[in-house]
Design a protein around this ligand. Structure first.
Ligand code: ADP
Ligand code: ILO
Length: 338
């Protein structure tokens, strides 16, 4: 299948940028050729670049800056500020009647300072990151206490069930594959989760950590508070890659800043009859629409994954408040549909 090349990479990789970045190598040996690998291999990429380490965002800035500006509207002099205070949320619930929202999930991506990111990390460092993260998680107690399950050696039925139940990442994402992020799979990857699976950490997928809080229903304050507590605890033991300008640094530039995606699975069968319209409305509300099995999946039974689009230049609490307001509007529109 041939696609028209429309990625931000294609648009911003000008001859001048190529000239500026010729021969530039980050401390983890990452080059502009590595950064664009995924977008070159996948002509349907929307962004088409990945960062190989923290320094990619400064040393390869002539390519990353215009992409970041076009995606997030965040200029080179703009700053990012984190705020994970659950008291700042405007409501406890995303769906006070409890009839539309099936489940609520918030995740953030994190990478450890000093290591390459997924597209550039060495096999040895990947193992070291896994060891350090698992050691830190061992300290967690109460509702956050849990067990780490490495992907290596996990039986296929267990893995498939975790994916189907929305707890575990899928394997074989072709964008990550081409970007070099899936090397040595499944070594060094795994999932930690609490007994009730409301607190989870993915290790060494697209980012070194994906810290996740989720539960059935719409109690977003509870989900956010749990996440905030867990991040706080991890931060006491691990130093994350962060900059005042770009916030938490992620392998994909779409996740910079909060690196947070707060989402609901919400029943919108009537609005879903015209998906193009639903997406237009969501865009106005600064929200994204995905299918129920995550990115690049379809809706099932009129249930959609609705989440905050903006991640950078907005705080975590503000982004969740946008979701609270936006989901409220979508539910109201759904009620009004014939
Ligand atoms: P990410 O959220 O990490 O960017 P995906 O969009 O692929 O990546 O989602 C990862 C998994 O989380 C998928 O199985 C998806 O169905 C699940 N998920 C996302 N939001 C929710 C939610 N609100 N409730 C239940 N599962 C969810
Ligand atoms: N590299 C892919 C995916 C971009 C956004 N999705 C993420 C971060 N999982 C692309 O350019 O389309």
């Amino acid at each position: 299948m041939s696609h028209e090349h429309k990625s931000l990479m294609k648009k911003h990789l000008t001859e001048e940028v190529k000239k500026k970045l010729k021969g530039v190598k980050t401390p983890h040996g990452f080059t502009v050729e590595d950064a664009i690998r995924s977008g070159v291999a996948n002509e349907d990429s929307s962004v088409g670049v990945y960062a190989g380490d923290e320094e990619s965002y400064t040393l390869l800035a002539p390519l990353f800056d215009p992409i970041i500006f076009e995606y997030h509207g965040h200029g080179v002099n703009d700053m990012h500020r984190a705020d994970l205070d659950a008291a700042k949320l405007e409501a406890d619930s995303l769906d006070p009647d409890g009839t539309y929202v099936v489940s609520t999930r918030i995740r953030v991506g994190r990478n450890l300072r000093g290591y390459g990111f997924a597209p550039a990390i060495t096999r040895e460092h990947r193992r070291e990151v896994e060891r350090r993260v698992v050691e830190s998680l061992r300290e967690f107690d109460g509702d956050l206490a849990g067990t780490y399950y490495p992907l290596e050696g996990m039986d296929e039925a267990t893995r498939m069930k975790l994916v189907a139940d929305h707890f575990l990442f899928k394997k074989g994402d072709r964008f990550l594959e081409a970007g070099g992020a899936n090397r040595d799979w499944p070594e060094g990857r795994g999932i930690f989760h609490s007994a009730d699976k409301r607190f989870l950490v993915w290790v060494n997928e697209e980012d070194e950590l994906r810290i996740i809080s989720m539960q059935e229903g719409a109690n977003v304050r509870e989900v956010f508070s749990r996440l905030s507590r867990a991040i706080d605890m991890l931060q006491r033991q691990l130093q994350f890659a962060y900059s005042d300008h770009l916030g938490y640094l992620s392998s994909c530039p779409t996740n910079l800043g909060t690196a947070m995606r707060a989402s609901v699975h919400v029943k919108l069968p009537k609005l879903g009859k015209d998906e193009a319209r639903l997406k237009r409305i969501a865009k106005e509300l600064k929200l994204s629409v995905r299918g129920v099995d995550g990115e690049h999946s379809e809706s099932k039974g009129g249930v959609y994954d609705i989440s905050n689009k903006q991640r950078l230049g907005i705080s975590e609490a503000e982004a969740v408040n946008l979701l609270i307001r936006g989901v409220g509007t979508l539910i109201m529109l759904e009620k009004c549909e014939a």
